[in-house]
Design a protein around this ligand. Sequence first.
Ligand code: NAD
Length: 472
Amino acid sequence: MDRDYRMLIGGELVEGVTQFDVINPATDAPFARCPKADEALLERAVSAAKRAFPAWSALSIEERTALVDKLADALEQRAGEFASLLTSEQGKPLDQAMHEIMGSVFTLRAFAAMRIEPQTLKDEGGNKVIEHRTPLGVVAAITPWNFPVILLMNKLGPALVTGNVMVAKPAPTTPLTTLLFGEICRDVLPAGVVNIICDQNNLGSKLTTHPDVAKVAFTGSTATGRKVMAAAAESVKRVTLELGGNDAAIVLDDVDPRQVARKVYAGAMTNAGQICVAIKRAYVPEPMYDEFCDELAKLARDAVVDDGFKQGTTIGPIQNRMQFEKVRALLDDARAHGTVLAGGEPLDRPGYFIPPTIVRDLDEDAPLVREEQFGPVLPVLKYADIDDVIARANDSEYGLGGTIWGKDLDRAMDVARRIDSGTVWINQFLAIDANIPFRGAKQSGLGGELGEAGLHEYTQAHVINAVALEEA
Ligand code: NAD
């Protein structure tokens, strides 16, 4: 507890009304205290943002993007400090934490390089119609605990570039990297353009119903996303929802099972499986099923499951106790109804460690297959017929991502086109890029982030339709 963390309101770093512990998931012990806001502080944050909006939105886009670039530079300069704090609060191995921080720097720079120009929709017979894109006002950014830094930048970059102001609220189990970023915002941005408040899951609904919040940019579970959408309806707020997923990997029959098993394993186990687009179920052709499962199990047994600060760790802990218990319950069911080839039991040590687990022989309706496990536990299922496996992959309320693995790219493309999700990757996973739009189908989301489409989500179309007055 060697450092104080403060919230950012109106350009000042402020204390909370009280504080709560932040737990290191690798030790199950508190390592820092987080300031907690109440409704009065939330009000201050929203009004500070509202006051900052006219001047910020009046700046030229060049002035705003120059400041977003400065945020990126400052984050890059302190990347080591951010990565280390991210490993402490989130649990991921230090190299993966550094990857998230540098990805955040890249994301900010990518948005700073984007422009939206006014579009002339008509210019004939004296009638000129121009569409401008105008900012919305105060954006509430609500983020989850799996990628607390980059998921904030996916919102903050486009919001600021297009002239909006922000109140950000991180998840209560991973608030500190966001607070540290608040120190950078204080030094770089005009007061009130970005405000950061922390809660213990009690202030999100105040933000989503606040009359002065114009848009809610939310990443989290589908269950909370439904609440956000309902709350936003009251004042017809704009919402972007990036929600849960249950992505299927479909392995085609022309691949080398050992080569593809390595990739599918990484797609399922990176960040201990706590990725919205992690591979959450794998479908393998019957003739290669045994070999594929055995290869996955071998990789799982070779994993180094340990504290993210320890050199060589490949899998850190689950981020928080609640999620740990959820994954543990899925494991119990999988052990009873399937065959566990590797892993299967939490490690007998402090911290929320679950080793990579490979489960075969489960039915399609097993909870581990139907639900989003959000942990390092992969069910592997077999198939005999391509139409049947596509139907099984699509039989889900989710439609976030998905992967196809095949040598014949045309055939893989055909299968990919039939997958009902926002993104399908072929022979790769998690190829998320700030310049490529990302969005969920079905109950995995509404609207989207990244790319120029992501920039548009922070604007309103403003059409000016003019004709000249006739001669009097
Ligand atoms: P969560 O829904 O529990 O919490 C997300 C955020 O919402 C937190 O900041 C929380 O404090 C806040 N919140 C809680 N109740 C709220 C309410 N009533 N109104 C407004 N905000 C409220 O999600 P989580 O457990 O932190 O994150 C894991 C989930 O996020 C998984 O389902 C994962 O798939 C999803 N996710 C999706 C994406 C994507 O881009 N689609 C990316 C990462 C994570």
